[in-house]
Design a protein around this ligand. Structure first.
Ligand SMILES: [Zn+2]
Length: 185
């Protein structure tokens, strides 16, 4: 189970900030405090500015009367800091709870899982080139791997028909090009 507590007025951030929810929302919890919805003000002492709260996955719809999504523990404070601080609750309840299946179906949850100290399931990606007829790996080809526009490897030779492995967490958008060396381009 994965637990993300609701952010409420007076909660803090990883930069020792303070969430300041205008008293226009409903109160919840014990002691009762105003619920924080996305876009609420946060004072950030690290950059000495007022930031706003921003939701990050995973979350399930839970909106206030004006349609804004509730903030959860680990959401961001968008302020002048180059690395946005995370919102921190003083209490673990009330909260939104996710089971493993639900978590696996929620895209974009990996940064929060890593922040919250959960182990992340990972998979390695390997590209392999085989002969269509025999199914045997093709030797002697050269390849290039890129991730999000950045070249990771260039002009490497396939080893037994396969590329060097990379992990999905690190490189979710891996692209692969292979060619036969010496070919005229
Ligand atoms: Zn800041």
């Amino acid at each position: 189970m994965y637990n993300r507590a609701y952010i409420r007025d007076g909660d803090s951030t990883t930069s020792h900030g303070e969430v300041r929810v205008p008293p226009i929302t409903m109160t919840i919890g014990s002691p009762p405090r105003f619920i924080c919805f996305e876009g609420s003000p946060v004072y950030c002492p690290a950059c000495k500015s007022m930031g706003v709260t921003k939701c990050v996955p995973p979350f399930r719809p839970f909106t206030g009367t004006d349609g804004r999504q509730i903030n959860l523990d680990g959401d961001l404070c968008i302020c002048k800091c180059p690395q946005p601080p995370r919102l921190k609750t003083a209490f673990n309840t009330p909260s939104m709870v996710f089971d493993a299946d639900e978590m696996a179906s929620m895209s974009g949850a990996i940064p929060w899982l890593a922040y919250a100290g959960h182990e992340i399931e990972d998979h390695e990606i390997v590209f392999e080139i085989v002969d269509a007829k025999t199914g045997r790996p093709i030797e002697g080809m050269t390849y290039k791997l890129a991730s999000g526009g950045r070249t990771l490897l260039d002009s490497k030779t396939l080893d037994n028909g396969t590329t060097k492995p990379y992990t999905i967490n690190e490189h979710p958008n891996l692209s692969f090009v292979a060619w036969v060396k010496g070919d005229n381009k």
